[in-house]
Design a protein around this ligand. Structure first.
Ligand code: MF3
Ligand code: CO
Ligand code: CO
Length: 247
């Protein structure tokens, strides 16, 4: 069941989204060779808590940290730890914050120093696929229009869409209906309408689409070990669409 949000609720989600976006940009700015993913996690937690928010991920289904920090071939749900970032890595940072009863959810993939040309392209195309999806997030369009737009941008650049994980509705819960796949036919699925808020989040692989989950039960990694990128915004359906986690 899709929970529609009233204008006063969307106003609260603007505030949650803004805090989440600020935390994302703050943590992304800390990325450099030599820093550990745990340091990034602690910085994010402190940033969110000092501003009256609660990290959405901490304790979610037993998740042990406040961010997901997914390096290179890790697609999503990388658990922060002792890993030291090195020049040439990429890292996907996914964060959520709960503020005044509503969640924001956003992700960005950043380069650690200089990276390969093809991987630079992967980051650029994944971000562009997110914006192509957001462009469809308007009343009267169908959910499949978002999915199809993402897929088209990613695949026409020769990259693969991860199909095992999807975006989602968001509000009082981090994950609400509907699921928002990153592939599929246009013109199908739920009719979009004002009051819907969606987390749109393409996960795009440089090589094949296959992924596997580590024994920790969380870390999702490409089967071929090639890099993967992830960008995410929380978006209110509108004309134009409203990105609640804009910088
Ligand atoms: N924020 C992720 C998403 O984009 C989900 C993270 S699951 C958690 O939907 F357990 F890490 F919180
Ligand atoms: Co997320
Ligand atoms: Co999400």
């Amino acid at each position: 069941m899709i929970i529609l949000k009233s204008e006063p609720e969307i106003e609260k989600m603007r505030k949650a989204g803004a805090l989440t976006a600020q935390a994302r940009d703050y943590v992304a700015g800390l990325v450099r060779p030599g820093i550990t993913t745990r340091e990034l996690d602690h910085a994010a937690r402190r940033f969110i808590e000092e501003r009256g928010g609660i990290p959405s991920f901490l304790g979610y289904q037993g998740y042990p940290a406040s961010i997901c920090a997914s390096v290179n071939g890790v697609v999503v749900h990388g658990i922060p730890g002792k890993r030291v970032l090195r020049e040439g890595d990429i890292i996907s940072l996914d964060l959520g914050a709960l503020l005044d009863g509503y969640h924001g959810d956003t992700a960005i993939t950043v380069a650690v120093g200089k990276i390969s040309e093809r991987t630079r392209e992967l980051l650029e195309v994944t971000q562009r696929s997110l914006f192509a999806g957001i462009e469809q997030a308007r009343p009267g369009r169908h959910l499949g229009d978002i999915s199809h737009a993402v897929q088209e941008v990613a695949e026409s650049a020769g990259f693969s869409v991860v199909v095992d994980y999807v975006g989602h509705g968001i509000g009082r819960e981090m994950h609400e209906d509907p699921q928002v796949p990153n592939h599929g036919p246009a013109g199908r699925g739920v009719l979009l309408r004002r009051g819907m808020v969606l987390a749109i989040e393409p996960m795009i692989n440089q090589g094949g689409a296959d992924v596997m989950v580590h024994d920790d039960g969380w870390t999702v990694e490409t089967t071929d070990g090639l890099p993967s990128a992830h960008f995410e915004h929380t978006v209110a359906i509108g004309d134009p669409p409203e990105i609640l986690t804009a910088p």
